[in-house]
Design a protein around this ligand. Structure first.
Ligand code: GDP
Length: 120
């Protein structure tokens, strides 16, 4: 495996719950480094562009409302096989189906409010 960089977002529900530190700890414990990070509120326009692939899905409006509802943490994670590793640490989209110990199993509230985003 080679060194990769992948994009991650700690979503508004997780920031509100005060679990930024716990989530970052899970990434770091798995050998991923936080190469860049920024706490910010995403604009509606940027959010709609980012999730453009889901534009026709019935939950698109709900997704944009949620992702712009409060601060998020944007991060670049780097490390060996970072894309796959990030997916494993996050767990399945639906927290009820996510493997025990994954971020979404621990901190996700619903399929929409699932604590983290991972690209790739
Ligand atoms: P991911 O790659 O695991 O994040 O999953 P997807 O690319 O399929 O979906 C992107 C995001 O859309 C998910 O992380 C959820 O926040 C949201 N999403 C997916 N399915 C649903 C749904 O049925 N309802 C709502 N409200 N949001 C959803």
């Amino acid at each position: 495996m080679s060194k990769e960089v992948t994009f991650s977002i700690i979503k508004p529900n997780a920031v509100k719950k005060g679990v930024i530190g716990n989530i970052i700890e899970q990434f770091e414990n798995a050998g991923l480094k936080i190469a860049a990070a920024k706490l910010t509120v995403i604009s509606r326009k940027k959010c709609e562009e980012f999730y453009a692939e889901h534009k026709e899905r019935p939950f698109f409006g709900e997704l944009v409302d949620f992702m712009t509802s409060g601060p998020v943490v944007l991060m670049a994670l780097s490390g060996e096989g970072a894309v796959l590793k990030n997916r494993e640490i996050m767990g399945a989209t639906d927290p009820k189906k996510a493997a025990p110990g994954t971020i979404r199993a621990k901190h996700g509230d619903s399929v929409g409010e699932n604590a983290v985003h991972g690209s790739g």
